[in-house]
Design a protein around this ligand. Sequence first.
Ligand SMILES: Cc1cc2nc3c(=O)[nH]c(=O)nc-3n(C[C@H](O)[C@H](O)[C@H](O)COP(=O)(O)O)c2cc1C
Length: 330
Amino acid sequence: MNIYNKILKIGSLEVQPGLTLAPMAGITSQPFRLLAKEQGCRLLFSEMISAKGLLYGNYRSDALLYFTEYERPIGLQIFGSDPKIMAAAAVRIEKHKPDFIDLNLGCPTRKITKNGEGGALLRNPALCSEIFKAVRSAVSCPVTVKLRKGWNELSVNVLEIASRAEEAGIEALTIHGRTVEQGYSGKADWDIIRQVKAYVGIPVIGNGDIDSARAAIDMLDLCRCDGIMIGRAARGNPWLFAEVLAALENRPLPEPPTADQIVAIALKHFALLAELKGEAAAAREMRRHSAWYIKGLPGAAAIRQKLIRVKSFIETEAILHEFVSQGGSF
Ligand SMILES: Cc1cc2nc3c(=O)[nH]c(=O)nc-3n(C[C@H](O)[C@H](O)[C@H](O)COP(=O)(O)O)c2cc1C
């Protein structure tokens, strides 16, 4: 039996293997999720959506709910700190028929934590329980929680919060092995993920610093978790999912993408974004994606200067094609 090709269960939902794209605000909108899925990612999450924004008719929050049937199974993630508002937002979200609803207890952004939302909730375990129970009893789809190790190294309480989630009937957890104060610095603590997995009976997805097939296997070996989640390393590199999937399924790793394939996917990403948000907004969003697509490659620094100013698809296409034709080695 291949121990890496595990089934991840979220309520009655089964995902095999539990290879997941992390929710990343401003990055994992529908087009990027689709590209990740095409490469073998098995489970998707929306970007985080404000529960308040959703209830009070914020246009941006509504747009974040959009997903296509192809992306299933998908979880829609909400953040907030008021149990009643979180429950009401979950009810509203359930009408869009996501496969599950995910609660954000990890966001370290000051704009969010200063309102007691995201990662700041870890400082208030009793409130976490209230939110879990309120949301769990308000909807019938599975509810999951994504959380960090604790607020800071002096208050590592993920085991307590994880067990409160389990008690409240939450179906699965994602653990990012950093504290909120750490943000994205330092190294993710995988041992804490192992501890949570050993502590609770519900499925655990491990998250933090997976950037290769080797790292994916190493996390599964150490943590014995039910799934793994990849965030930053997938930016500009949806092929990472093909590589990790092959490793989990015990197949030879695929060849890395060619320059032409990279350009084709970057342009597909742009076209999909333009369809969704209009060309001007897509061009702005693609500036950073394009830089990620070409990151670390010889000649990339010079071309990045051009890419960060693009205003249209044609311009991006011309810059990327010129780069490839001049032998810019990808
Ligand atoms: C730009 C950015 C945006 C993020 N947005 C979200 C979000 O909306 N919801 C969430 O739960 N986590 C969010 N995260 C955290 C990631 O989901 C993930 O937990 C983190 O990046 C660690 O995984 P990695 O080391 O594979 O990147 C974000 C991370 C980044 C870098």
